[in-house]
Write a protein that binds this ligand. Structure first.
Ligand SMILES: NC(=O)c1ccc[n+]([C@@H]2O[C@H](COP(=O)([O-])OP(=O)(O)OC[C@H]3O[C@@H](n4cnc5c(N)ncnc54)[C@H](O)[C@@H]3O)[C@@H](O)[C@H]2O)c1
Length: 273
């Protein structure tokens, strides 16, 4: 039997490490070819090498998602090499831990530019390409059951409620929930599904930094902030990158053909809305 994503092409932003990398490797395992897009050219190459080792095609593209011109070059290169784009996973992101009263304009701009603006313009550039991939006769006939594209954005449990020491991050992640709904409405006539995930506490380089910063603000040793969070997780553990990659794979699979505009918490029950 063919692998679930055989013949599909995925762009995964932020896939040089952490959750984006877990998604890239999971999709490759399921048969997809992967465009590894990351601001860090070295880690992007490393992930691409691991995709190739799984027998799939891979293209590493260094890109700053805060720059729409670079995003367009990314899409152009992906289409030139692989011919089409079936999935977009917007995992690139930056976190920041700082008390609200100390937040600067530069802090705000950096976080919002990467997390929110980056997600919006990746969605737009890839959305335009996916729309172009719909055959003219299908558009003329109106809606179709055929699937033309699946997009998954990365929000966060920090997008579900405010954070006194991560105001810009939480705001950017809350806005991604709205952007997901708007893009789902805009792209639904083309049978393109747009959903989001809200990961909880997942050990990655980003989470390790958050833990160090939060623990310091608490006047505690590294690890204490994570411990305090996990005490509030009903399933009583941190998640794994594979837990998140599995949810993203589901949202890109045919089983999710009738799901769009939704944001799924992948957090052990930490949030329930
Ligand atoms: N780890 C968690 O617990 C957690 C929880 C909730 C949400 N998230 C979200 O999941 C996503 C992935 O997080 P992670 O934990 O893997 O983080 P990470 O820092 O480990 O990895 C993020 C990747 O994004 C890349 N990146 C950063 N800025 C970029 C830019 N401007 N252009 C292109 N690439 C850029 C980095 O180089 C890195 O490879 C992020 O959007 C994050 O906000 C993570």
């Amino acid at each position: 039997m063919d692998a679930l994503f055989a013949g599909k092409v995925a762009i995964v932003t932020g896939s040089g490490q952490g959750l984006g990398k877990a998604v890239a490797l999971r999709f490759a395992r399921d048969g997809a070819d992967i465009v590894v897009a990351d601001i860090n050219a070295g880690t992007a190459e490393q992930t691409a090498a691991e995709v190739l080792a799984q027998g799939r095609r891979a293209l590493a593209v260094p890109v700053n998602v805060a720059c729409p011109a670079e995003i367009q070059s990314l899409v152009d290169r992906a289409v030139a090499d692989f011919g089409r784009i079936d999935f977009l996973v917007n995992a690139a992101g930056v976190a920041q831990t700082k008390p609200f009263l100390e937040l600067t304009e530069e802090d705000w701009d950096r976080v919002v530019d990467v997390n929110l603006k980056g997600t919006v313009f990746c969605l737009q550039a890839v959305g335009r390409q996916m729309v172009r991939q719909v055959p003219q006769e299908v558009i003329a006939q109106g809606r179709t059951e055929r699937s033309y594209g699946k997009i998954v954005n990365f929000s966060s449990i920090s997008g579900r409620r405010g954070r006194s020491v991560q105001m810009a991050y939480a705001a950017s992640k809350a806005a991604i929930i709205s952007v997901t709904q708007s893009a789902a409405l805009a792209l639904s006539p083309y049978n393109i599904n747009v959903n989001a995930v809200c990961p909880g506490i997942i050990p990655t380089p980003m989470w390790e930094q958050i833990d160090r910063d939060r623990s310091r603000l608490m006047g505690a040793r590294p690890g204490e902030a994570t411990k305090a969070f996990i005490e509030k997780v009903p399933l009583q553990r941190a998640g794994s990158p594979q837990d998140v990659a599995g949810a993203v794979a589901f949202l890109c699979s045919p089983d999710a053909d009738y799901i769009t505009g939704q944001t799924l918490n992948v957090d052990g029950g930490f949030e329930m809305n």
